[in-house]
Design a protein around this ligand. Structure first.
Ligand SMILES: CC(C)(COP(=O)(O)OP(=O)(O)OC[C@H]1O[C@@H](n2cnc3c(N)ncnc32)[C@H](O)[C@@H]1OP(=O)(O)O)[C@@H](O)C(=O)NCCC(=O)NCCS
Length: 161
């Protein structure tokens, strides 16, 4: 009997830097109705309160990012600005690891809580956030305009203390 070849994909996380701005803008474009440009990401990453992480498949250093997360910490509260995993790399734990890296950083900075907004139709993201301990603390009606029409946003909070 022949044993099929199987290679587990592995990913490494590292802090986002301004040099990643263009590549993450291309990934962002895959999923968001109003994609942010490379310049917008670069401007955000220049701000001292903004940080993030990028995931790359190991052994593929020059490859496009498999996923990234961008967050802000101000006045003891964190906020997820955006998070995305490339379609070809989903359901392999990258979204979880990126979010966990932000939570770890915020713990280290003694932040009180992490907030985010998510389209209430985004089943994948809401499921991920609930599993990470986020709970709904508000709702903004008709907040997102997408090809599916207007959608409400859930505001979610994860306590850190
Ligand atoms: C949301 C997103 C970041 C998840 O990334 P991912 O790397 O595929 O997620 P993970 O593999 O880490 O999944 C962790 C858990 O999240 C949940 N989840 C992820 N994708 C899901 C899906 N399509 N349906 C239901 N639950 C899902 C599951 O509980 C999953 O655990 P499991 O695989 O053990 O069941 C990714 O789907 C994405 O980039 N979506 C488009 C951009 C987006 O919506 N960003 C969020 C905006 S607020």
């Amino acid at each position: 009997m022949r044993i099929p070849f199987w290679r587990q994909r592995d990913y490494a996380l590292e802090p986002l830097s301004i040099t990643d701005a263009r590549a993450i803008s291309l990934l962002h474009r895959e999923d968001f109705a109003r994609p942010w440009s490379g310049d917008e990401f670069a401007n955000l990453l220049e701000q001292p309160t903004v940080f993030g992480f990028v995931a790359r498949e190991t052994g593929h250093r020059e490859a496009a990012p498999a996923g990234f997360v961008l967050a802000r910490l101000a006045a003891g509260e964190g906020e997820i600005l955006t998070v995305a995993v490339a379609r070809a790399h989903r359901r392999q734990g990258i979204g979880w690891r990126l979010m966990a890296a932000v939570l770890g950083e915020l713990h280290g900075q003694r932040a009180e809580a992490l907030f985010l907004e998510v389209d209430e139709r985004n089943v994948a993201a809401i499921s991920l956030y609930r599993r990470l301990g986020f709970r709904e603390v508000g709702r903004r009606p008709a907040y997102y305009r997408t090809s599916q029409g207007p959608g409400g946003a859930l505001v979610m909070r994860r306590d850190l203390r």
